[in-house]
Design a protein around this ligand. Structure first.
Ligand SMILES: NC(=O)c1ccc[n+]([C@@H]2O[C@H](COP(=O)([O-])OP(=O)(O)OC[C@H]3O[C@@H](n4cnc5c(N)ncnc54)[C@H](OP(=O)(O)O)[C@@H]3O)[C@@H](O)[C@H]2O)c1
Length: 333
């Protein structure tokens, strides 16, 4: 059985409906992650979710180079890290990524976060960059224009966003020349983001769901006591029992039923295999999809505290939860 595909409205290109994640949550070493990509390709994955900040593109590139799979059968995504926003840096960063992945082009290049704020690798939750800034649309558009130029140059087939709010996407869609074809966003049964998800779909943007299993081994800085655990939620367990499968498989099937492309990460062959099979067989019934709506408790896991700027006191300010983008006076142009 083949992996299903989702057709991109703007170009007719086809994105495989599940991808393999490559962020090792700071504890999987780069060679092990590359090995998991090799296993994923062997099992039939054709969509790999990379990022510059995961620092393992060189190792993954060796696996891609050695693979006998034709380039046009693969969907490779990577992401611009926050330290390379801005007109001059975007092309430089993309070329480094292409070089490390040993590719001539990417299928999808995402702006990883809409802020140029970054943190040192392995930092803790209290880490703050003194130069961190709120979202400033004019600055973001300088980065986006450079992303558009990469499409013109044929170096990336599509561009997209990640970690955006509806308010930020509305601004982007009103001002861009080339639209984002996808928005990578946190999506799992305990964090369904119904308003943003339906807006993205209504705009013909593909929702790529990160942390689709609730990221059980995520870094310490992204873990709080009140976080929900998807694979232990009673609604997820109840549906898993009816299908007689692991709750992880229900999280993947939930994504598929909601038009989301999940990108689960695993270093274990049996989990990679089971996640792939979950997308291809035994879909949820409408009744089960309705039951799983009850699992949504707005439990955001990747809160982004380390990206906060000086005046911002709470991570909620990153996400424009009341629909407003707040920019303190001193940052306005
Ligand atoms: N755009 C962004 O800002 C952003 C943010 C976060 C993540 N991402 C992307 O999304 C990908 C996935 O997110 P994530 O890694 O945070 O979380 P996730 O995929 O929800 O969870 C990964 C964890 O689940 C375990 N797992 C995988 N399959 C399983 C199964 N069938 N049964 C039980 N456990 C299973 C894995 O452990 P084992 O290795 O033991 O299987 C791994 O530790 C990342 O790798 C990255 O590519 C993007």
């Amino acid at each position: 059985m083949d992996v299903p595909y989702i057709t991109i409205q703007q170009t007719g290109a086809k994105m495989p409906a599940i991808g393999a994640g490559t962020f090792g949550s700071d504890h999987v070493n780069h060679d092990d992650m590359a090995q998991s990509v090799k296993t994923a390709l062997k099992l039939g994955y054709r969509n790999i979710d990379c990022a510059r900040v995961y620092a393992n593109e060189k190792e993954i590139g060796k696996v891609l180079k050695a693979s006998a799979i034709k380039r046009d059968e693969l969907w490779i995504t990577s992401k611009l890290w926050n330290d390379m926003h801005g007109k001059k840096n975007v092309g430089i960063s993309l070329r480094q990524t292409l070089n490390d992945l040993q590719l001539d082009y990417l299928d999808l290049f995402l702006v990883h976060w809409p802020f140029p704020n970054f943190h040192p690798p392995m930092c803790d939750v209290t880490s703050r960059n003194p130069d961190a800034r709120p979202y400033i649309h004019e600055e973001f558009m300088e980065t986006w224009r450079a992303m558009e130029d990469l499409v013109d140059q044929g170096l990336v087939r599509h561009i997209g966003t990640s970690n955006m709010s509806k308010a930020k996407l509305e601004l982007l869609l009103a001002t861009c020349r080339i639209r984002p074809i996808a928005n990578e966003m946190e999506l799992h049964p305990c964090f369904q983001q119904p308003e943003l998800l339906s807006y993205v779909k209504q705009e013909g943007i593909i929702p790529i769901g990160f942390s689709p299993l609730g990221s059980p081994n995520r870094p310490e800085r992204d873990t709080t006591e009140t976080d929900a655990i998807d694979m232990e939620h009673p609604a997820v367990l109840a549906v898993a029992k009816t299908h007689n499968i692991h709750p992880a498989a229900i999280c993947i099937k939930w994504a598929r039923a909601n038009g989301i492309v999940p990108i689960p990460q695993s270093t274990k062959e049996r989990n990679l295999k089971s996640n792939l099979e979950s997308i291809m067989s035994d879909p949820l019934t409408l009744m089960e999809v309705a039951m799983l709506k009850e699992a949504d408790c707005n439990s955001r896991l990747i809160k982004g505290q380390v990206f906060l700027w000086e005046e911002a006191k709470n991570w909620a300010e990153l996400w424009d939860e009341d629909g407003l983008i707040r920019v303190p006076e001193r940052y306005r142009r």
